[in-house]
Write a protein that binds this ligand. Structure first.
Ligand SMILES: Nc1ncnc2c1ncn2[C@@H]1O[C@H](COP(=O)(O)OP(=O)(O)OP(=O)(O)O)[C@@H](O)[C@H]1O
Length: 292
C-alpha cells in the first residue's frame, strides 16, 4: 500500500500543498483529480522523490519510501523527458536496461508494449519525428517497460486519441488486476469514473474528498430526487420542500431534507407515478460541488 501522509509544500510564499493525505492499495486504480494548479503534480513529484516536501511522509507498506523502492516504480512525469534523436525501440529498451532488465528482457518487453500501443510500425523512427500523441505513447511505454510494482502517471491520457486511450486503459487495468497500485492524474473525469476504483479530489492544496467512486456517489446520492408523474394535476408540487425544477412530467427536487415520503404521497395523489428515485450524481457533478 502506498500512503501519502499530510504533505505540506511551499514555493516561496506560495502554498502548493496544505496537508495532502491519501492511500492507494495494491490492485487499486486511484484517480487524482483537481483544477489546474491544485497540487497534483507537486504531490506526485514528492511521491517520486523528485521534489522534497516541507513536511509529511510517503510510505510503502508502512515504511518511508527509499530510492530502491522508487526504482521499481513506473513514473510518467508532467515534463515529458525523451531523447528526441533516439529511435523509439532503442529508447524504450534503454529505459528498461536502466531499470535493471537484461538486454533480452528489455527487447521483449519493448516489442510487446510497442505492439500494445500500436507503435510497432514506428519502432525504427526517431522519437522527434513522431506526432505529440505518438511521443506520449512512447513515454508511456518507457514508464511501463520494466513491469513496475507501482505506477504513478501524471496525466497519461492527455493528448491521446480514443483508440490510444482504450489501449492505455487496457494496459493499466491489466496491471491493476496483477495487484499493482496505479495512481494517475487526469482532467478527463468520465475516464476516471469509468476506470478508477477510488478518487481523490484536491483543491488548492487540500484533499476535499478521497474515497471509492461508489462511496462518493452513494454519499452524494440522496441529494437529487427525480419524480415523473404522468397526467399530473397542475401545480401538484406547490408547498413541497426542497428546490424544485420542473420539465414536462419530470420534476427534480434538491435539498429535500427528509421530505421524500411527503413528495411521494403528493405525487401519487397528483397522477400516475412513473418514476420516483434518487439520481446518482456523476463524478463531474461531485467534482464541481467539491471544489466550488
Ligand atoms: N516550481 C514552482 N515554483 C513556484 N510555484 C510552483 C512551482 N511548481 C508549482 N507551483 C505552484 O504550485 C501550485 C500547484 O501546482 P501543481 O503543478 O502541483 O498543480 P497541478 O494540480 O498539477 O496543476 P495542472 O492540472 O495545471 O497540471 C500552483 O499554484 C503552481 O503555480
Amino acid at each position: 500500500m502506498i500512503e501519502i501522509d499530510d504533505l505540506h509544500k511551499r514555493y516561496g510564499d506560495k502554498t502548493a500543498l496544505a496537508g495532502v493525505s491519501f492511500a492507494v492499495k495494491p490492485g487499486e486504480m486511484f484517480g487524482f483529480v483537481g483544477a489546474n494548479g491544485a497540487g497534483k503534480t507537486t504531490t506526485m513529484r514528492i511521491l517520486m522523490g523528485v521534489l522534497a516536501a516541507d513536511s509529511g511522509q510517503v510510505r510503502r507498506d508502512g515504511r518511508p519510501l527509499t530510492f530502491e523502492d522508487r526504482r521499481k516504480f513506473g513514473y510518467m512525469p508532467e515534463e515529458r523527458g525523451l531523447y528526441q534523436k533516439m529511435k523509439v525501440s532503442e529508447q524504450v529498451q534503454y529505459f528498461g536496461r536502466l531499470n535493471g532488465m537484461s538486454a533480452a528482457q528489455a527487447a521483449k518487453a519493448t516489442a510487446d508494449l510497442l505492439e500494445r500501443l500500436s507503435l510497432t510500425g514506428r519502432a525504427g523512427d526517431e522519437v522527434g519525428a513522431l506526432s505529440l500523441g505518438n511521443q506520449q505513447r512512447v513515454q508511456l511505454a518507457v514508464a511501463l517497460v520494466h513491469d513496475p510494482e507501482v505506477l504513478v502517471l501524471d496525466e497519461p491520457f492527455s493528448g491521446l486519441d480514443p483508440i490510444a486511450v482504450d489501449a492505455l486503459a487496457e494496459v493499466l487495468v491489466e496491471r491493476r488486476t496483477a495487484g499493482v497500485p496505479v495512481l494517475f492524474s487526469s482532467h478527463q473525469l468520465d475516464l476516471v469514473e469509468r476506470l478508477c476504483d477510488s478518487v481523490g479530489i484536491i483543491s488548492a492544496g487540500r484533499m476535499v474528498a478521497s474515497d471509492t467512486v461508489e462511496e462518493l456517489r452513494a454519499r452524494e446520492g440522496r441529494r437529487l430526487l427525480k419524480v415523473v408523474v404522468r397526467d399530473a394535476a397542475p401545480g401538484w408540487t406547490a408547498g413541497l420542500g426542497g428546490n424544485i425544477t420542473e420539465k414536462g412530467d419530470e420534476v427534480l427536487f434538491t435539498d429535500v431534507n427528509g421530505s421524500d415520503q411527503e413528495i411521494l404521497r403528493a405525487a401519487t395523489k397528483a397522477g400516475t407515478v412513473e418514476h420516483f428515485g434518487w439520481e446518482r450524481p456523476t463524478l463531474t457533478e461531485i467534482f464541481r460541488e467539491a471544489v466550488a
